[in-house]
Design a protein around this ligand. Sequence first.
Ligand code: SF4
Length: 290
Amino acid sequence: MRYEEPVYRPPSEANSILIQATIGCPHNKCTFCGMYKGKKFRIRKVADIKKDILTARQFYNDDIESIFFPDGNTIIMKTAELEEIFRFCYEVFPGLRRLTLYASAKFLKFKTQEDLRRLRQSGLKRIHKGLESGNDEVLRRIQKGADSKLMIETAKRVKDAGIELSEYVLVGIAGKDLSKEHSIDTAKVLNEIDPDYIRLRTWVPVPNAPLYKDYEKGEFQLLTPHQALQETKTLLENLKVTGLFLSDHISNFVNISGQLPRDKKSMLSKIDEALKFDENCFRPAIIENL
Ligand code: SF4
């Protein structure tokens, strides 16, 4: 397989074949993100992407069920090109059941409802979308490229098109001063969207991220483990959604996962239990090679 590294994928795509249709991120400005800072964004030619799919076919059998298109915002590609690639994937891998990609609100807004419907019909099953926060001041500070209104609008359109929606929330990204507003406003936005999945990540300083410099200078304050847990608790207490809530990442201090609203009480109890532990019991602030 031909990859331009680094290549990132969500843990939930661990069993998926990874095909790079785009390289880097067309936004690449989020202050917390260091994933593609060294990569110049470009869209690959459909013919080259198809070659990669055929190469993958040489290594994997018919039993491959999912393909994920990594690198940021592959949704930026023309709808007709995405359709062609998606249909080709299903031809080459007859057992395929799921195609997924990353898409943020900044680029989803350029897709019409008809575009999204066509993508669903050609096999796009799920979109991984970074909400990060529902608070507009936090979204402005982290330069996400979208406000809460656009986050809600685009997410609703994805769901209306019949595409599963996985929304990512970033614990600790509001620092200490806006932590409470961040958790309450994020819950409000998620309640409007009611995504299929809410996936928690806790911000960990990574050297490539612009926010790292602020952290080093003491201008951005990380939450302590207890503060991060309290932020998660406030978020969870305010959620009125019906999807899965998952902490499927090593950045989180505690793994709390469950079906909402059914498991809310037990998840909150688990946070209360974790809050009884001394802060020294949790992971260090920096995780090497994250
Ligand atoms: S978080 Fe997503 S949209 Fe923001 S810079 Fe990173 S890859 Fe791009």
